[in-house]
Design a binder for this molecule. Structure first.
Ligand SMILES: CC(C)(COP(=O)(O)OP(=O)(O)OC[C@H]1O[C@@H](n2cnc3c(N)ncnc32)[C@H](O)[C@@H]1OP(=O)(O)O)[C@@H](O)C(=O)NCCC(=O)NCCSC(=O)c1cc(O)c2ccccc2c1O
Length: 338
């Protein structure tokens, strides 16, 4: 983060504290905004110790910079940006004339951007959203649907959004869906596979597949059942109804609902709060929460994190060092912890 940005954020925090109790003020501002209030202050309005240490988060707008995806073609269906001076990448599906429906090209571009965000050590959180306020994403573009999938410029039918779902789940950083308008069909599944969903009060959620002759029997069904329960998941799929943001919140599909004009502001606050926390803790927690659903693939992901941490330890390095020095390893000095 640049010194200028740090000063700016510090300034905002000081500003908050100069107008009284920063934590209580944050809670008031949040409830004013119909955002979730946080129990960082005791009943008398004094911040508790958690609030004193971890309270106020900047509500400043981000300074977004467009990012060319290096060595790949120009993006046509997606906008990729990073917030200058802080570790937030934003990926925007940019087909508002089709309610941000995705075609194979869109999915390919999304995949490029998620790869970049994963590889960039300065990125700590990724936001996925849709252009405009009418839709997050309306799923697969039915106008290019052919036999066996959605047909790209190469004439090949693909269901490549399934690979994108896995890429989002496997990305070892939090991915936040920022949803305004419709998140339906394959677009609804995209928000579900993100780690968190911040919804605008105009958001609408649902699975339309059974009405257009489609279904997602993978994460779209099984992960949904984990989120909303078996009965509700069957209702969502079998009846193919649409649900407003408040109902989606009650169902456990989204983390919070905010007024449309506060959507990005609130999303940035959630991102900034996560960025203040240990990236390794978040990484391993994401892998653990995935592992509970993903069978051997989930254990592999979680296990990879264990290896990553072990490689950073003296004990792990002793094995490598011994090999390089052509001597037997000496693990005797390492304690067997209870
Ligand atoms: C999303 C809507 C409810 C919005 O309704 P609204 O009245 O606000 O807007 P319009 O309907 O007038 O839309 C404006 C404009 O956009 C076009 N459009 C919208 N969505 C799509 C779409 N998905 N594909 C193509 N075009 C779309 C619409 O035709 C209009 O164009 P005009 O030229 O007429 O102006 C409503 O739009 C709606 O219901 N959309 C369809 C939602 C839907 O059924 N999506 C597909 C579900 S199936 C799916 O997504 C899917 C994809 C996969 O890749 C899978 C892979 C593997 C397994 C399963 C998959 C899967 O199920």
């Amino acid at each position: 983060m640049s010194a200028q940005r740090r000063l700016q954020i510090l300034g905002n925090q000081l500003l908050a504290s100069s107008s009284g109790n920063p934590i209580a003020r944050q809670a008031t501002a949040a409830s004013d905004d119909a955002c979730a209030s946080v129990p960082y202050a005791s009943a008398d309005g004094k911040p508790n110790s958690y609030g004193r240490v971890h309270g106020a988060v900047s509500r400043e707008p981000a300074n977004w910079r467009r990012i060319p995806v290096v060595a790949r073609e120009d993006l046509t269906d997606v906008i990729y940006e990073k917030s200058i001076g802080e570790g937030i990448a934003k990926i925007t599906i940019n087909r508002p004339e089709r309610r941000n429906a995705f075609r194979p090209r869109t999915v390919q571009e999304l995949s490029w951007c998620f790869s970049d965000a994963r590889e960039d050590p300065d990125v700590g959180v990724v936001v996925l959203t849709g252009a405009g306020s009418l839709a997050f994403c309306s799923g697969g573009d039915q106008s290019v649907r052919g036999q066996g999938g959605y047909v790209g410029a190469d004439g090949i039918a693909r269901l490549n959004v399934l690979d994108l779902q896995i890429q989002i789940r496997r990305l070892p950083k939090p991915v936040v869906a920022m949803v305004a308008g419709y998140a339906v069909g394959g677009g609804h599944i995209l928000h579900m596979v993100c780690d968190l969903t911040i919804a605008a009060d105009n958001a609408v959620f649902g699975q339309t597949g059974p009405k257009v002759g489609s279904f997602d029997a993978g994460y779209g069904s099984t992960h949904m059942a984990r989120l909303v329960g078996q009965k509700k998941a069957r209702e969502m799929w079998f009846l193919a109804r649409l649900y407003d943001a408040q109902e989606a919140h009650r169902m456990g599909l989204v983390n919070t609902v905010v007024p449309l004009d506060k959507l990005e502001e609130e999303t940035l606050v959630w991102c900034r709060e996560m960025l203040r926390n240990s990236p390794t803790a978040l990484r391993v927690l994401k892998a653990a929460l995935n592992a509970a659903e993903d069978g051997q693939a989930g254990i592999q992901e979680l296990g990879g994190n264990a290896t990553l941490l072990f490689y950073q330890s003296e004990e792990g390095n002793e094995g490598r060092q011994a090999y390089m020095e052509k001597r037997p390893p000496n693990f005797s000095k390492f304690k067997r912890l209870p």
